[in-house]
Design a binder for this molecule. Structure first.
Ligand code: SF4
Length: 400
C-alpha cells in the first residue's frame, strides 16, 4: 500500500479567525504529529467564488500562511504549499473530468446549498460546478489516505472514493498485468507466494474479507517488493487491475464549537469574528460589547446561559468550576455580565500570546515565509509528479 498521508487545504478569502482555529487548525496541529501532512492554500478554489475580484486572494494567501505558522503548524513536520504552484493538480482535474459523470457533481449537497447561500454571486459557472472534482484531484494526486473533514464534507470524500475507483477500473488495466502480477508473486518467496495465492482464492471465490485483510497485511510487510509490484499485488488480490489512485478515508473532526460574537457562525462577512492575531485591547472590547441573554436588561435580572452567546465561549474556554460559577451566577443574578465575560477575555488573550510570538519573526522577515512555501511547493510537486507519471502512463499519455 502507499504510505499513510493527510491532505487538507483552506481557501484564502480573508483573515483567519478563532472559528478557523477551533474548527480546523487545532486539528491540523494535532495530526501533524501523527502522520505526514500536506497543507495547502487553495487559491484556485478561492477563485471559484471570487473570480470577479481576485485581489483578496493574493493578500490573504501570505497572511494565511503566517496564521498557520502562528497557530502552530510546524514546517519541519508538515508540508505547506500553494495549490496553484503545483500545476499537476489542474492536469489531474482535467483528466478526471473526462470520465466523471456530470450527475456526480450536480448531486453534491453543498453545491446547491452554496448557490443558495451566496445568492449575490453568479455561481452558475463551469469552475464552481467542478470544484468538488478539483478537490478530488487535490487529494488523489498525493494518494492521501486520510482527509480531515466535518460531517457536511463527507459526501465530497465519498465522491473522491468513487472517482478513484472508477479511474482504477477504467485505466488500471496494465498491459500484461496478469503475467507481471504472477512474476511479482514469485518475488514474495515460495512460502509467502503460496499463502498469497491461497488468500487470494479465499477472497475471490468465497468472499472472505479476513483473507483479504491478511493478504494486505502480508504485502505491507514484504519490504523486498518494489512500489510497482506491491500495487500490482494489491490490485491482483481484488481483481485484475493495478491500483493507481488511492481511495481516501474521511477523518471526521469535531465541527467548530466557537460561534461568532453574536451567536451565529463566526465569519468576517458577518462582522462577528475575532481574528487569530487580534490585539489584546480589541479582543477585550469585542467581548465586552458582545450581546448577552436579552432577558438580562438590568444587573438584578436573572438570566439563562442557554440563551447567551458568551456561554458558548465559556464552553470552549472555561474549566468546569468556572462554568459552574457562570451557570449559578447567571441564573441567580449573582454575577454581572461584564464580570462573567472577564474569564473569556483572559483565556482568549492567553491563547493568542504564543501565536503573536510565533508570528513575529515572519512579520519581521517575510522572506522566511516565502522560503517555507517554496520548499513546500517543491516537496509537494515531487509527490504529485510520482502519481502523474502513473496516471499519464495509464491513460496513454506517457509518450516514452
Ligand atoms: S451572566 Fe454570563 S451567561 Fe449570563 S447572560 Fe450574562 S454574559 Fe451571558
Amino acid at each position: 500500500m502507499y504510505p499513510d498521508r493527510v491532505v487538507s487545504g483552506m481557501r484564502p478569502t480573508g483573515t483567519m479567525h478563532l472559528g478557523h482555529y477551533h474548527g480546523a487548525l487545532k486539528n491540523w496541529i494535532k495530526m501533524q504529529t501523527e502522520l505526514p501532512c500536506l497543507f495547502f492554500v487553495a487559491d484556485w478554489h478561492a477563485l471559484t467564488t471570487h473570480y470577479d475580484d481576485p485581489t483578496v486572494i493574493e493578500r490573504s494567501t501570505w497572511d494565511m500562511v503566517v496564521d498557520w505558522l502562528a497557530a502552530g503548524i510546524d514546517p519541519s513536520q508538515s508540508t505547506i504549499f500553494i495549490q496553484s504552484r503545483v500545476p499537476e493538480h489542474a492536469e489531474l482535474h482535467l483528466l478526471l473530468s473526462m470520465a466523471t459523470p456530470l450527475g456526480w457533481l450536480e448531486r453534491v449537497p453543498t453545491y446547491k446549498d452554496q448557490i443558495e447561500n451566496l445568492a449575490n454571486k453568479d455561481l452558475a459557472t463551469y469552475g464552481f460546478l467542478g470544484y468538488p472534482l478539483l478537490q478530488a484531484a487535490d487529494v488523489l494526486i498525493y494518494r492521501a489516505s486520510q482527509v480531515p473533514v466535518g460531517e457536511d464534507q463527507v459526501p465530497h470524500i465519498e465522491m473522491m472514493r468513487e472517482i478513484a475507483r472508477r479511474f482504477n477500473h477504467l485505466y488500471g488495466k496494465e498491459k500484461g498485468f496478469e503475467e507481471k502480477a504472477q512474476e511479482a508473486v514469485k518475488k514474495l518467496g515460495s512460502k509467502r507466494a503460496k499463502l498469497y495465492n491461497e488468500l487470494r482464492t479465499e477472497y475471490q471465490q468465497d468472499g472472505k474479507d479476513e483473507a483479504l485483510e491478511q493478504a494486505k497485511a502480508m504485502l505491507d510487510d514484504a519490504q523486498s517488493l518494489s512500489m510497482g509490484d506491491r500495487e500490482r499485488l494489491f490490485g491482483y488480490l481484488e481483481g485484475s487491475r493495478k491500483l493507481i489512485l488511492v481511495e481516501p478515508q474521511a477523518r471526521l473532526t469535531e465541527a467548530s464549537r466557537l460561534p461568532g460574537l453574536d451567536g451565529r457562525k463566526m465569519s468576517k462577512s458577518y462582522g462577528n469574528a475575532i481574528a487569530l492575531r487580534e490585539d489584546k485591547d480589541s479582543v477585550s472590547k469585542k467581548i465586552k460589547t458582545m450581546p448577552t441573554d436579552p432577558a438580562r436588561v438590568r444587573r438584578t435580572d436573572v438570566g439563562d446561559p442557554a440563551r447567551c452567546p458568551v456561554w458558548q465561549f465559556h464552553q470552549v474556554y472555561s474549566d468546569q468550576p468556572t462554568q459552574e460559577w457562570v451557570v449559578k451566577g447567571c441564573k441567580s443574578a449573582g454575577i454581572g455580565c461584564i464580570e462573567c465575560k472577564q474569564p473569556v477575555i483572559d483565556a482568549i488573550i492567553k491563547e493568542q500570546e504564543p501565536m503573536h510570538e510565533r508570528a513575529q519573526p515572519y512579520l519581521d522577515d517575510p522572506s522566511l515565509v516565502r522560503a517555507i512555501v517554496a520548499d513546500g511547493n517543491d516537496a509537494a510537486r515531487k509527490l504529485a509528479l510520482e502519481t502523474m507519471r502513473d496516471v499519464r502512463e495509464a491513460m496513454g499519455l506517457a509518450y516514452t
